[in-house]
Design a protein around this ligand. Structure first.
Ligand code: HEC
Length: 128
């Protein structure tokens, strides 16, 4: 009886976890994420609009929902005038940028990246 209840609880919990997860886009990135970071930040300056962690700006790029091919197609020839075109960017460069974006955490930024919030939380927990 107790075992059945525990099993039911685990089942409910895992359904919740399943729904909370964003499905990964199909396919595995083929690019080099380390090189992609440099391209994202220094060469193409994507961070200027999308943020260093790709979480901010317009719009956030994580979690990435596009496949690598769809990503490259969009970045070279965006369907929206709000996004600049990177028509001349080599395929390999964009594959690397894609690998970098896919390597970024898709969850919200950690508390450690938000100093003021971190200080408030530390003050709270250090109180007697
Ligand atoms: C000048 C600002 C700017 C820069 C620089 C920029 N973007 Fe964007 N990007 C945008 C805007 C604005 C949109 C939203 C377009 C829309 O949907 O109307 C967008 C959309 C996108 C999307 C589609 C997101 C989605 O969920 O549909 C991708 C992918 C993307 N950008 C990747 C990049 C990459 C990679 C770079 C660097 C090579 C880059 N962007 C540089 C402004 C920028």
């Amino acid at each position: 009886m107790r075992t059945a209840r525990a099993a039911a609880l685990i089942a409910v919990a895992s359904i919740g976890a399943f729904h909370a997860q964003t499905p990964a886009p199909p396919g595995t990135p083929t690019g080099d994420s380390v090189r992609g970071k440099r391209l994202y930040e220094q060469t193409f300056r994507c961070y200027g609009c999308h943020g260093y962690d790709a979480q901010s700006g317009s719009p956030r790029l994580v979690p990435m929902t596009r496949t690598q091919a769809a990503f490259i197609t969009f970045v070279r020839k965006p369907s929206s005038p709000a996004m600049p075109s990177f028509a001349d960017a080599p395929m390999q460069d964009l594959a690397d940028v894609y690998a970098y974006i896919r390597s970024l955490p898709a969850t919200a930024p950690s508390v450690d990246s938000l100093p003021i919030l971190r200080d408030i939380l530390q003050r709270r927990t250090s109180r007697p």
